[in-house]
Every structure is written in C-alpha cells, then in structure tokens.
Write a protein that binds this ligand. Structure first.
Ligand SMILES: [Zn+2]
Length: 551
C-alpha cells in the first residue's frame, strides 16, 4: 500500500447509515484514489459517471456497465416529469443499472429554462422514493454571465434549499450532495463553501461549471474549484458537474475532484467529435483511429464517416466512453505511481488554455492541497524538465523544511560543490571536511545544488534531493541559508566554474552589497561593524588550509 499523505480521517461516514462511506487509499497532489460505498455498491474514485437519459438512452446502460463504469448519473427531474408513475419501481429498475446511481435534481434545467415546476422539498421526497444512492438537492446554479447580485441570490437560495431538504429527509441510506454556488465570483464560491461545510452534507459539488468549460476558461474553473475545496472538509467526496472534457479531467482530479458526470460522450458524438487523450477531433479530419476500442479496431476512419447518422452517433459514443475511461485509468495510475504532476502537465500541453490552467493551479496550490496530498517520500525519482517544475509540491516541501532548519547556533558557513555521491552527507568530501572541522559546532556545511540552491548537508538526505534528475541547470531565486543570518565567515570551495559559480557570486554580492567572489573582508550594512569574511578557494589544497584555521 502506498504512503498516505492526507492528515485526518482516512475513512469517513457519509450518512448516519454505517455502510455509506468514503475511503481514501492513495494520494498525489490533491488527487486521491478512493472508494465510495453506497447502499447499492462500492465504486472506485476518481470516477466519471456517464449521464444516462431515463427515457431515451442510445447506448444501453448494461453496455456502459460492461465497459467498467461502476456508477452513473441520471436526472431525477426528467424521471419525475416523464416517468412519475414508475417511481415505486426505483431508479435502478427504471434505467436498468445495478451499480450506484447519482441523481441530479433539475438544477441544470433551472439553468437552461429559468425555473422548474417543483420545490426542493418535493424533489428530495421524489429522490427518496426512487431510491437514489447519491442524491443532489434541487439547487439554483449561478451560471456564468450573471450579475454579482444574482450570484449572491443563488448562493443564499441554494443554502436555504439545503436546509429545507435536510429537515424533511426520512431515509438515512442516501448520500446527499450539496452544490457550491457563486460562479465566477470566487469570493462568493468561498463563502458558499464555508456555509455549506457547516451543514455537514455527505458529498459536495461545484455548481454550474459547464459554461466555463465550454468557453475553455479552464483557469477560472481552477480558481472556482480551489475556492470551494479550501473551505470544505478534506475527507468528503467532491463532485464536478458536467466535466467530460479530456483536457480538464486530469487537472480537476489533481485539484481533488473525485467524481464527474458527463454527457460529453453523447454530445460530442452528436457533433461528430471523436475524443482523444489530447482533446476532441472532428470526424471529417480523422484519417486514422489510434485507439483499440471495439469500434476503432473494427472500423477504418472512412468507414466511420460513411455510417448513417444514427449508427455514427452510437459508434462515436461507444468510442468516446472507452476513451474517457482510459483517461481516468491513466490518471489513477499516475496517482498510484506518484507522477501525477508529470501526467497533468503533459496532458495540459495539448492546449494553451489547459497549460495556463495548470500553471494557475500550481501557483494557487503550491502550499495548499498539492503539498498536503503529496507523499513526503516517493519510490521514484523526480524529473525536473523546466523552471516551472520547481513549483512542484515535492520541491515546495523541501523548501519548507529548509526554512524550518534551526541554524541559530551556527556562525560560519562552509560551501562545497555538488558531489556525485548522494545524499551529500555520505560523500567522501563531506567526511573529509567533517574530519578537518573536528568538533567545531559553529559551522554549517552546505552543498551547491542545481535547482535547489544551497543544501545543508544535514538535510541532504531529504526527498527529493538525492532522487532528482534534472534536464537543466538553474538556481532558485531564493536562498535562505546565505541570507537568513549574518555569518562571521563564509568559506567556499569553488567549483569548476560555470553557472554554479556565477550564481554563487551573485548571491554573495547581494548578501554583502558589493561584488564578491574574491577572498576579502566585508563590512556589513547597518550591522554595528560586524564583519563577514568571504573567502573562495580555487584548489582543495588551499581550502584545506582554511579549514584548519577553524579549529
Ligand atoms: Zn476507439
């Protein structure tokens, strides 16, 4: 079993019914592999719940089940409008699905048509009657292009509906979901999430992101997710409505979204769009089918194009379902292996808007959910491919530990070049210098390390320092070790030159306020004439002589 990084309860009950729970099994960044147990079945998360139309469903529910989808979403409001007389049969019989069923409640129709002819209380009673496993309260989605005043009203009215719904519930085996409103006003999203968290629902969701996604405004979507997740209990499942776009799924998972519902497999099929891992492709542009699903292995692209409209929709829908499942499985595997960052980043490179969203997420979450969810140690090494990778949660974790290191008793700083042996404290050079310094406790020995700056030997065994493979040499803009205090003496064993030396010179110049790099005495600013000796040795022989003067 992989390391578990989140603090808090690993298993949390989602209703008063003992057998409805959420269990988190592995995490990376904000993404988690978990299991949701409902009264009907247990299914693994992250999970995409295909949207099933209760009346006209082109790909049979049983087939969707046989493709490995363990849970689906259907619309309780449509069921209420069209199949009310069959309510007593239960939703599982109505749509012919034996796994867990989440039911939407008409909120989407409110967004589409302005209102629905049912109250939240009546809707909740109906969802109890049809026996949903996970039910969504009848909310009032904010929508995208609305005034702040309207957005505020949707927040208030949804909370009111939540309160009314809770007060009339008679069953305790249904997991109730409360959508967070606020739309593009992320402060309202945060406010909505704070109030919603107090209401202790089993499941939370982000309301009305569909239009944001249709606009490819993925960065706003990221901000909305972060604003809600920050104020919600970490160990409850979180649902993202209508997210079936292959560009956004891995990133949304990395931000802590556990389930998604989407009709995209069908909507795209109707528009002759073929889902690929990098986005969607118009059927007319498709020459080759780089996929091994049942449809793609038995058809050529041209044959697909010449199917009748109806056959084509079903064929494309089947392929799209296969592809979405594959994206979910690949993302889960990336969480399991601890390489979610690489996976999300590479996926987001398929579209500038997705890459922008990934960067927004990384900056917003550098010290938040990404870091908390990332295991402190991973079995595999870290790949640093470009400067943005230094925002990785693993690097942020190291920086934090560096900042917490107590160096108050140290007066002298000894800087050594990077050694091939990792961790540095196991290197021959370190042992020799330690021997020369003897019992001198005043010295902090640190190594210059590309991408990490100055690494104190005593924490050089912390992950990911010794396990990092970097494609480029760069140095972070910060260096708390040099700048955090006034040193009596800084002794440097100069490396061969190049970027390390240049960087060190700049650091020392900004430390002492003059150009540095040569052995010299320096007076430091407003420091009551405290002087720092900065000395740089070009050969190990002369460096050894300097070390001898420490004891
Ligand atoms: Zn296919």
């Amino acid at each position: 079993m992989r390391a578990f990084a989140f603090l808090g309860d690993k298993i949390v009950n989602l209703t008063n019914f003992q057998d409805a729970y959420f269990e988190i099994k592995a995490t990376d960044m904000g993404g988690r592999i978990g299991a949701i147990k409902t009264k009907t079945s247990e299914f693994e998360t992250p999970s995409l719940l295909p949207v099933i139309h209760p009346v006209r469903q082109a790909v049979p529910c049983r087939e969707i089940c046989s493709m490995g989808y363990e849970a689906v979403m259907t619309n309780a409001y449509t069921t209420y409008r069209r199949l009310r007389d069959r309510a007593q049969d239960g939703i599982h019989k109505i749509i012919d699905f034996e796994g867990s069923i989440m039911t939407d409640s008409g909120g989407y129709q409110v967004l589409e048509f302005g209102s629905v002819d049912i109250s939240p209380v009546e809707m909740a009673k109906f969802e109890e009657t049809i026996g949903s496993d996970i039910a969504i309260i009848l909310d009032l989605p904010t929508g995208l292009d609305v005034t702040r005043k309207h957005a505020e009203a949707t927040v208030e009215l949804t909370l009111k509906a939540a309160k009314e719904t809770k007060s009339i519930l008679t069953r305790d085996d249904i997991i109730w979901t409360l959508p967070i409103q606020g739309g593009r006003y992320t402060d309202l999203v945060a406010k909505s999430a704070k109030s919603s968290a107090k209401m202790d629902f089993g499941y939370y969701a982000l309301g009305s992101p569909v239009e944001v996604m249709e606009d490819y405004n993925f960065s706003l979507l990221v901000e909305m997710i972060v604003a809600s997740k920050r104020h919600l209990p970490m160990n409850k499942p979180f649902h993202l409505f209508g997210a079936g776009h292959p560009l956004i799924l891995p990133l949304a998972i990395a931000l802590g979204c556990d389930t998604f519902d989407s009709a995209s497999y069908m909507l795209y099929a109707k528009q002759d769009r073929y889902i690929s891992s990098g986005g969607t492709i118009r059927l007319e542009q498709l020459e080759y089918l780089g996929c091994s699903c049942r449809i793609c292995s038995s058809h050529k692209a041209n044959e697909l194009k010449h199917l009748s409209k109806e056959e084509r929709i079903v064929a494309l829908a089947r392929h799209n379902l296969f592809m979405l499942k594959q994206i979910m499985e690949e993302t889960k595997q990336a969480i399991w292996e601890g390489r979610l960052w690489e996976y999300v980043q590479s996926n987001s490179r398929n579209h500038p808007k997705a890459l922008e969203a990934f960067r927004t997420a990384a900056l917003l979450e550098a010290n938040g959910v990404f870091e908390r969810g990332t295991p402190a140690f991973k079995e595999r090494g870290l790949f640093i491919s470009d400067a943005f990778d230094l925002k990785r949660p693993e690097v942020a974790g190291y920086r934090k530990k560096l900042g917490e290191l107590d160096i108050s008793s140290k007066r002298n700083l000894v800087i050594l070049p990077e050694t091939k042996t990792k961790p540095f404290l196991r290197s021959k050079l370190y042992h020799e210098i330690s021997r020369l310094l003897g019992s001198n406790e005043d010295c902090l020995v640190a190594f210059t390390c590309p991408n990490f700056g100055l690494v104190p030997a005593e924490i050089s065994d912390i992950y990911p320092l010794s396990q990092t493979t970097s494609a480029f040499t760069s140095f972070p803009e910060f260096d708390p070790i040099i700048h955090r205090k006034k040193w009596d003496r800084i002794s440097i064993l100069s490396s061969d030159g190049g970027p390390v030396k240049e960087w060190l010179k700049t650091e020392l110049a900004s430390y002492s306020g003059t150009s540095a790099g040569q052995p010299r005495w320096k007076k430091r600013g407003n420091s009551k004439n405290v002087e720092t000796i900065v000395e740089m040795s070009r050969s190990y022989k002369s460096f050894k002589k300097r070390m001898a003067t420490y004891v």
